[in-house]
Design a protein around this ligand. Sequence first.
Ligand code: PRX
Length: 660
Amino acid sequence: MSAIQTILVENRVFPPSEAMVKSAHVSGMEAYRALYEESERDFEGFWGRLAKEHLVWAKEPTQVLDESNKPFYKWFADGELNASANCLDKHMGTPVEHKTAIIFEADGGEVTKITYRELLDRVSQFANGLKAHGIKKGDRVLIYLPMSIEGVVAMQACARLGAIHSVVFGGFSARSLQERIIDGGAVAVITANFQMRGGREMALKAIVDEALALGDCESIKNVFVYERTASTYPMTAGRDKTFAQLLEGQSTDCPPVMVDAEHPLYILYTSGSTGKPKGVQHSTGGYLLQAKLTMEWSFDLKPEDVFWCTADIGWVTGHTYVTYGPLAAGATEIVFESVPTYPDAGRFWQMIERHKCSVFYTAPTAIRSLIKAAETNEKVHPKNYDLSSLRIIGSVGEPINPEAWVWYYTNVGGERCPVVDTYWQTETGAHMINPLPGATPLVPGSCTLPLPGIFPAIVDEAGEELPDGVGGLLVYKRPWPSMVRTLWGDPERFKNTYFPPEMKGWYLAGDAAVRTIGDSYYRVTGRTDDVLNVSGHRMGTMEIESALVAKTDLVAEAAVVGRPDDVTGEAICAFVVLKRPVPEGDEAKAIAKELRDWVSKEIGPIARPKDIHFGENLPKTRSGKIMRRLLRTLAKGEKITQDTTTLENPAILAQLGQTY
Ligand code: PRX
């Protein structure tokens, strides 16, 4: 049986090794409990103490939590600091100054290293370039860059000026980009001419041009272009400048702009249950505190560690665990441009060996695809590589099934490295529920226990707390410093989404979870809203439905659901009613392709439906409601066993069962 299939019931408990307990920042369960109890006993004192210990303030805060305008919480509100100074300047004059900050490995394998001193110079020079173009505190800057040192520099340079970055993943389309430019009111775009993925050049600047040409983007005054490759690309005079032009003559000295702790550090769009993405707004002080702290708590970061988070800077994991956390903690980190399967599926293992990576952090979907590759091609199995440098291995983005966990633990971690399964969200800013490597006994498939200062609970639909063993909705009963502050330009949506009245003022995560009887370990089972998790990427079903029905020449109606997938966790399945008779055979295949390409163009390749089903109608109740429950069964290719008597049109079920 393949190790990626979800049949294993794994009841083993994996306690931390003695050596790990001895050397860890949080050493043993007693130490974890002591911290947790401190946070319970003196919530504000706890967070106030950590904020003083872990951040460098221009003005130390005298307040910790301001709850006067719930749920718009403020943390450390009268404190002043700068995020970039906390990641770079504070290391100057310490042993970290000349330490390698980033080991960058490009698509083709070329390696570039940069020290903290050099990085500070680059960030300062870049910030001066932005400043010279009028970019100042509070301005929004859209970043559409590949994984690169330049990407980290651009984000840090914005933070240095107090400008608010809005990073858009390179896999999003022109329309998605335009939507985010308009919503955030960005004044500039920072992009690259091309990005390299698996040996192929993919246009980025051309997509920016297309986005701006779609209209309503008058707020954009400048487009700065990193020339990643030598290939030519169109430039618009007056508006577009290369990085060389941006940096020309700029000094490498740029004093950081001190901002209030609550000043927005960034906006990051994520999918919700309506068609419109949400601009999650994060603060400077609270966010940075937990980014830094979790490097020590969750990854037990030590000065000699080589840390590697494989996430793209276009996602929150790349913000917290590539751009901010590792640098605030003074780590040496790997930044990787390419994909895990190029030139072959041994790339991750080979890079761990080459760079002596000691803390590795990736997504279950990557692990599952590499398991599959190793099962079919011995050569790319991790056993062929020297992975002895690894100490800790982490997982993020979706539930990790016990089979993948055990494979990861055994074949990558050599049965020596704790698997830190971190449960969190774009909105939480940093880790929330996960084991501590030198303390928590591990159970495959469980993210275990909340971090100190984090107070989750499981409740029913009416907000009543449920005991261990009973599944329900995951909530947090108290705020935390790195939490989302609001949705950009839409405070009402923020309130309604995360603090609905029935939840008694608790934060509603949008996930279902259950605690095990006995140890109260958490298991997060998946989203409770219309959000899918495809390869660890959040996709709103409504977003994809809106894109499909926007193809007005062809599509009359569409419904999107998820189905389980061995590798990507969930797969996108679209049920489509066309404005023409239901197609079959080659015609159906051709239309399905046309629709997939359309969704790619509208949202981005990550939203491409895997399965398309056609029918002359969708299954609806007599009151006209689409029966998504039935669609989910059809999407799995299973027989309908549910009661279909309320269905207005049962005959269409057979039609909709066919996949293209
Ligand atoms: O459903 C949960 C799942 O991913 C969602 C958050 O997605 P996003 O905001 O894109 O952030 C991803 C990186 C933190 C959650 O609501 N999720 C994330 N990590 C886990 C998880 N589900 C189970 N276990 C995890 N470790």
